[in-house]
Structure formats: C-alpha cells, structure tokens
Design a protein around this ligand. Structure first.
Ligand code: FES
Length: 170
C-alpha cells in the first residue's frame, strides 16, 4: 500500500522529494507511451494531408506516340491504366479492362472478355453476356495531344465500338 496517494508516492509537502528508481522508470514508461501515441496520431493525420486521390492515375493519360502505338498490331493490355489498346490499319481504340460488377480486371478470352472474380463474361465488343456484370465495358475517346502523343480521356466514353476508333492518319 503506497504511503502517499499520488502517482510518484512522495510526500507532497516535501520541498525536495526524492524520486525512487521505480517511480522514475514508471514515469519513463508513461512518457514513452505518450510519445508512441503522438507518433500514431501524427501518422494518421498525415494520411489526411495526402489522401488516396493523389495516388489515383490521372483521367487523361498518354499511350505513346502514334508510330509506337501503331507498331503494335492487335489488342494489348496496359496494366497501369487497366485498358486494352487495340490497333488496326492506322486506327486505335481503347477499352476499359475494369469489370462493371465490382471492378476486377477482365482477361481477354477467345469469346471476348472474362472476369476472374465472379465469372462475368463480355463479348468481343465488351457487351456483358453473362454473370453479375450489369453494364458493358466502355471505350474511352482517343485524341492527338499537342505534344504529338495519343491521349486517352477516361471521362469521355462511348459504347459505339465503331465510333471509338481514332484514325491516326487523318
Ligand atoms: S468483379 Fe467481375 S464479375 Fe465480379
């Protein structure tokens, strides 16, 4: 039973209380806990200053110079932007690879696309044909940027697979 009812167990009337080794270590432990808690708080506060939105890729992005893009005939998956880039006779179009069910990345299969997560299927144009996917895969509009690179704008979409082609030659 402590003699005095305070955390250091010292006489409150004593002008120069001696702190016991045990009390000193207890104080150090409390101090370390406070420093740790402050560090955790600061780390979570920094998360507010740098929100996830800063890690999201921009909605307008380059897929490269026209000659580079057109040199890859066929459909190519771009993992960074999660799109399929398709080229054909001087034209290019870009389609999302994000499943319209819960956002998994769809794989290209012989019949079109298939989602590995819950089994949604899409035809070669991205129309949803089976599984829980409620919507088709959209195409993003492609344009030639001032820098001479092909730009894809994820804010401009179409379901018209013919209108989605961008002719690089014109
Ligand atoms: S996320 Fe593709 S089927 Fe569920």
């Amino acid at each position: 039973m402590p003699k005095y009812r305070n955390s250091l167990n010292v006489d409150p009337d004593d002008k120069d209380p001696a702190i016991s080794r045990r009390s000193f270590l207890a104080l150090m432990g409390v101090g370390a806990c406070l420093i740790g808690a402050t560090g955790v708080f600061n780390a979570s506060f920094l998360g507010f200053l740098y929100p996830n939105a800063m890690k999201i890729p921009p909605s307008v992005f380059s897929i490269g110079r026209p000659d580079e893009v057109l040199s890859r005939e066929g459909k190519v998956f771009s993992p960074l932007q999660k799109v399929y880039i398709e080229t054909q006779a001087g034209k290019v179009r870009v389609q999302t690879a994000v499943c319209t069910h819960l956002g998994c990345t769809v794989n290209m299969v012989s019949t079109g696309y298939a989602c590995p997560c819950h089994g949604s299927t899409y035809d070669q144009h991205g129309r949803n044909t089976g599984g829980p996917a409620p919507l088709p895969l959209v195409y993003f509009l492609v344009s030639l940027g001032a820098s001479g690179e092909l730009l894809v704008d994820k804010n401009k979409t179409t379901l018209d697979w013919n209108a989605a082609w961008f002719s690089v030659m014109t």
